[in-house]
Design a protein. Sequence first.
Length: 310
Amino acid sequence: MQLSTKHLLGIKELLATDITTILTTATNFKEVLQRPIKKVPSLRDTTIVNLFYENSTRTRISFELAEKRLSADTINFSASGSSVSKGETLLDTVNNILSMKVDMVVMRHSASGAPHFLSKHLPNTAIINAGDGINEHPTQALLDAFSIQEKLGGLSGKKVLLVGDIMHSRVALSNIFLLTKMGAEVMLSGPPTLIPKYISQALGVRVEYDLKKALSWCDVANILRIQLERQNQVLFSSTREYNLAYGISKKLLSSLDKEIVIMHPGPINRGVELDSDVADSGQSIILQQVENGVAIRMAVLYLLAGNRNS
Ligand code: CP
């Protein structure tokens, strides 16, 4: 099984067959992760740098664990504490790291398009986007899809709702690209100020501002974090009022005539977009999403390493 691409820059650039290949490979790696010895020698001769210019808990640990489970050598780089503070450019930093014989780069950056820029300058090094600004977070969408598939038995025809800060969410954009490519139906809900105008026509999704109607429609609701750090103007009155209008509470879910699956990419603003009694309930698969992230990242690294060697 091979991917059609040398890099993972976004879901936008993937074919549906690439997505199926990654999800199938991840199923095999998930089986490896259930074994007493959770390690395979697949990337024994590969060195990977995890280049994080922006904070992360889940993605960073998950990539590092995936690399270790594949027996790769790993280097972890944080912009804070590095020579970036002395003015070194992204390209200089990466070229210096690559001169030490590094094979693959996993990168998170606050600038949308930063991994695409790197891939143009370093065509022979596999670049994996671990989240770029408000653009894409492809491995998050892949682990979300894997988790939906595991819970509901497939993606095609499933009704997936994304709730909240669509405007600033790279998770939303990657999920929309992935789910529509795989035949799922996608609806967006949230305050009109946090949903881009014309997104419905541009990306083939539905928009429903009435949260209860949207929740009644879906099989699964992926609740997004309010990205206060990316908002340079006030787009809703207060987190308290946001919670009252668009927060997911036990009471709201109990008023539906069916039980839906609740997801969240993390980190959660508890009591803002999602109440604790929902986040920690049996309806939520949030920790399964995190668990599945390791298998997905193993699959992506393994398949891209295979492309490098072919
Ligand atoms: N979901 C996600 O990207 O979480 P982190 O920011 O902790 O990596």
